[in-house]
Design a binder for this molecule. Structure first.
Ligand code: PGA
Length: 251
């Protein structure tokens, strides 16, 4: 059966010293009180090599928030999937709505990134989700279906290695959360698309996380849905008490 996962997305927060302190504090909290789900922290690139050795790998996985769509070479300022993997990181968030909106990441670019991540044994946490106008026009299903094209070109074996995150853009950092019913409805739709493309077994084994203003107070209700397999957490991942509160929703 699929895994339940709570993944933190630090975004562009915390300098190196603050990031190390946060990772240490989280590691202490979770070694003292073991989680009932997989836990991942996705940090800015500069933190990765310092954070991977200080967390217990059997409890906390570490990931990047992005990687390049090229293997290597003259791409000033970019960080490749191979470089991410060489830090000991095991995951990478790809296709986050902030990358799509502010850095113009298209489905074709994301398809390259996903392939390079997989080629370097990183688990992509692939994000999809509609903006407010699309939700208001009841177009959320079409939107997520077209965003999935970047990963539906994968072989069944490769698709089985990825994690999906449904994040309605109108709920990210806004304090507005999708209701548990809205989350279940679209997660079930996403799983039905995976059934059509790859069959029941692959669909049953795919973890689909919910993201967007997830907090300790709403995590339990969201994660109780049969098709919601955990969360991708932004703001609340920056404080150990909040992040652990969300992780504890699986207890
Ligand atoms: P949020 O962000 O929890 O702060 O809404 C979620 C995300 O963007 O991954």
């Amino acid at each position: 059966m699929r895994k339940n996962i709570v993944a933190g997305n630090w975004k562009m927060n915390k300098n190196l010293q603050e990031g190390i302190a946060l990772a240490k504090e989280l590691n202490e909290a979770l070694t003292a009180d073991k989680p009932n789900c997989d836990v991942v922290i996705c940090t800015p690139f500069i933190h990765l090599a310092s954070v991977t050795p200080i967390v217990d790998k059997s409890i906390i996985g570490v990931g990047a928030e992005n990687c390049a769509d090229k293997v290597s070479g003259a791409y000033t300022g970019e960080v490749s999937a191979e470089m991410v993997a060489s830090t000991g990181a095991e995951y990478v968030i790809l296709g986050h709505s902030e990358r799509r909106a502010y850095y113009h990441e298209t489905e074709a670019i994301l398809e390259e990134k996903v392939k390079l991540a997989l080629a370097n044994n990183l688990t992509p946490i692939f994000c999809i989700g509609e903006v407010l106008e699309e939700r208001e026009a009841n177009k959320q299903n079409e939107v997520v279906e077209s965003q999935l094209s970047s990963v539906f070109s994968l072989s069944s074996e490769d698709f089985s290695k990825i994690v999906l995150a449904y994040e309605p853009v109108w709920a990210i950092g806004t304090g507005k959360t999708a209701t548990a019913d809205q989350a279940q409805e679209i997660h079930a739709f996403i799983r039905s698309l995976i059934v059509k493309k790859y069959g029941n077994e692959v669909a049953d084994n795919t973890s689909i996380l919910y993201g967007g203003s997830c907090k300790p107070s709403n995590a339990k209700e969201l994660f109780a849905n049969p098709d919601v397999d955990g969360g991708l957490i932004g703001g609340a991942a920056l404080k150990v008490a909040d992040f652990k509160g969300i992780i504890d929703a699986f207890k």
